[in-house]
Design a protein around this ligand. Structure first.
Ligand code: NDP
Length: 613
């Protein structure tokens, strides 16, 4: 790779102006309200196409040790780490028909993870599995989720095609009552919520969307019964069809080249182009990744986490476009480790950003032969404004005769859906099929939206308890008034682009809390003082990225152009440092979180210690 040229100061001034204009073209007054949830009349878009009719079963009224809400990687890892601590009855409750979470739902053609598989797939050391590709296809990832669940014996107690409807702390038994939409009402000594951040597909609120009489679905519920084929292609059902696809984010750029190969004609309705960097996927051997060494996967993912969290390391084991561009991701990170003069840093950062974005725009020009199409595909914003994407097949797809790019930036997206297609500007496009690659309600868990009510001590609802001062937690996981409850996710902790790594550290932590409570016959519940101290620690060093996001093109990173980074305040020193802090806290007798029980503790005792604990 040639090093991108540093831009001159005149060039930087022009770029700033161009970025501002492009942002103004896209900001909508309705912000996040432009979207529609896939429920009620649009519930069809979120139905499970893989599970078939749910089989009848008798509702459960028993007692388990740990109930886990959600069977994606978060829930599976919680289950696995609980098992390593000797917990016997772990019941994972999952809406889908099997384990896998995002990898259960998303099976669209071309699906791959764009984080290296050797750091993304969790528990590789423990399962002995070595991925075969640098970037694994979705089905391999889904099968790995199943592999972990089988290895840690999580199937016997699991409930699939079942949604948890409430969690209620019962003072007399000091257990949680868990109810579900299948009539279950069972007790659990501990509850872990792992409901995911990309679990609720969303639709654009385009007028007339309900009038379309052709076929339509969301990418996270791909309808192979209609298209034919598999995630590897072969969609013979589309051979004579005019297919419209809305959305060119990380999903769209994987799907579009596959549609281009199989469909009669593909119309790509783009609002904001993504940055599309080099993918370079390839087969890998165990030797390439040092998989003959004990602990190889743990070492590799630690190395990756440090680099993408802005830390310097002696070597870059993964060496891909995420790690090479890690310095430009600073505005996405809670980490704020830069030393020295801030103004100097910002100037150097902007120049490096401009050089990278020039390189990416040149990539479009060099690949797409029609220069009018190439111009429309160029991204005009700073690198960290939108989630970076990676593909070597996306741009070449636009050189095919059966692919048309329709830019909708001037009309803030598709204006109208009609019975027969869509309207943009003065043009109506007739379609047989309209596919929405329009993403998810990011970060909205049922607990925080109120769909899943959580009642703690004295019947207090979690959302009511947080209504006045906002979320209150210790480390993002536990809250006063809600004993023996661990919330996994991205609240008041530290996240990373390699989210499965973050989830695994959270699972280790949850299992350690349960084991410690069991060993002492205690409950875990932080004091209000511990919550205050944690929130103050987050606020104290929190970096100010607001101005950066205020100048970005709209998207879910900046609340559709509102400026404030999406998501709650996070630990400012990065994910690696956060994991170290948790480990120390666990080793130093858990900061007084254990409280005496007034009832008899359950019968089991931990039998082993988690290797990472
Ligand atoms: P995104 O939210 O990233 O993208 C949605 C797309 O829909 C955007 O291009 C958006 O345009 C477009 N859109 C929305 N409304 C309209 C409209 N009215 N008219 C035209 N276009 C519209 O969703 P994705 O599913 O692509 O990705 C979501 C997340 O999932 C990613 O950010 C990533 O975290 C994860 N993911 C990860 C993958 C991986 O390999 N690890 C692969 C796929 C997804 P605009 O930008 O203008 O809003």
């Amino acid at each position: 790779m040639t090093t991108p040229q540093a831009p001159s100061s005149d060039e930087l001034t022009d770029l700033r102006q161009r970025y501002r204009l492009e942002r103004e073209r896209r900001v909508r007054p309705d912000g996040a309200l432009q979207y529609r949830a896939t429920e009620a009349e649009f519930g069809y878009y979120a139905a499970d196409p893989y599970a078939g009719e749910p089989t009848e079963r008798v509702p459960l009224h028993d007692t388990v040790d740990v109930a886990v809400v959600g069977g994606g990687f978060g829930g599976i890892l919680a289950g696995a780490r609980m098992r390593q601590q000797g917990v016997r009855r772990v019941r994972i409750v999952e809406k889908g028909g099997d384990f896998g979470g995002t990898w259960y739902w998303n099976r669209y053609p071309g699906i791959h993870c764009d984080i290296e598989s050797h750091v993304y797939l969790p528990l590789l050391d423990e399962t002995g599995y070595v991925p075969e590709w640098k970037y694994a296809p979705g089905e391999e990832i889904r099968r790995h989720a199943v592999r972990i669940a089988e290895k840690f014996d999580l199937y016997p107690d699991a409930l699939f095609s079942t949604g948890v409807t409430s969690l209620t702390w019962e003072e007399t038994s000091e257990t949680w009552m868990v109810t579900t939409d299948r009539g279950d009402a069972f007790r659990a000594t501990y509850v872990v919520t792992a409901t995911g951040t990309l679990s609720e597909p969303k639709l654009p609120g385009i007028p007339g969307i309900e009038d379309f009489t052709g076929h339509t679905f969301h990418t996270s519920r791909w309808d192979y019964a209609y298209t034919g084929g598999t995630p590897d292609g072969g969609m013979t059902g589309l051979a004579q069809k005019r297919v419209g696809i809305v959305g060119t984010g990380a999903t769209g750029i994987q799907v579009i080249p596959m549609l281009a190969e199989d469909a009669g004609h593909v119309l790509v309705f783009q609002r904001t182009p993504s940055t599309v960097d080099v993918r370079a996927n390839r087969r890998t051997t165990a030797r390439d990744v040092g998989a003959d060494q004990d602990g190889w996967a743990r070492e590799r993912r630690e190395n990756y986490l440090r680099i993408v969290s802005g830390e310097s390391t002696e070597q870059d084991l993964v060496a891909d476009r995420w790690t090479m561009s890690a310095g430009l991701l600073e505005k996405l990170l809670p980490s704020f480790r830069r030393q020295g003069d801030r103004a100097d840093f910002e100037a150097a950062y902007e120049a490096a950003d401009a050089a990278k974005m020039n390189e990416l725009r040149t990539r479009v020009e060099r690949t797409v032969t029609d220069q009018d199409t190439a111009e429309k595909l160029k991204p005009w914003y700073r690198y960290a404004c939108k989630r970076p994407t990676f593909s070597d097949k996306y741009y070449p797809a636009f050189n095919r005769d059966n692919v048309t790019l329709v830019d909708t930036a001037d009309t803030h997206g598709i204006e109208r859906v009609t019975e027969h297609g869509v309207v943009v500007g003065d043009t109506a496009y007739e379609l047989d099929c309209l596919i929405f690659a329009t993403g998810f309600s990011v970060g909205t868990s049922g607990i925080h939206s109120g769909k899943l009510p959580v009642h703690g001590r004295s019947g207090t609802q979690l959302l009511h308890a947080w209504a006045r001062q906002g979320p209150r937690t210790l480390h993002g996981f536990t809250s006063n008034g809600f004993p023996n409850l661990v919330q996994m996710g991205s609240l008041q902790n530290a996240s990373s682009v390699n989210f499965t790594h973050v989830l695994d550290e959270q699972a280790v932590h949850a299992a350690a809390l349960v084991a410690a409570a069991e060993a002492k016959g205690a409950l875990f519940e932080p004091t209000r003082e511990a919550e205050d101290a944690w929130i103050a620690a987050l606020a104290e060093d929190s970096p100010d990225h607001e101005w950066f996001h205020a100048e970005c093109t709209p998207g879910y990173y900046n609340r559709e152009g509102r400026g404030r980074p999406n998501g709650p305040i996070a630990y400012p020193h990065g994910a690696s440092a956060f994991h170290e802090l948790l480990k120390q806290w666990r080793e130093e007798s858990m900061g007084g979180i254990l409280q005496a029980r007034s009832t008899t503790p359950p019968a089991w005792r931990p039998t082993s210690v988690a290797p990472n604990g």
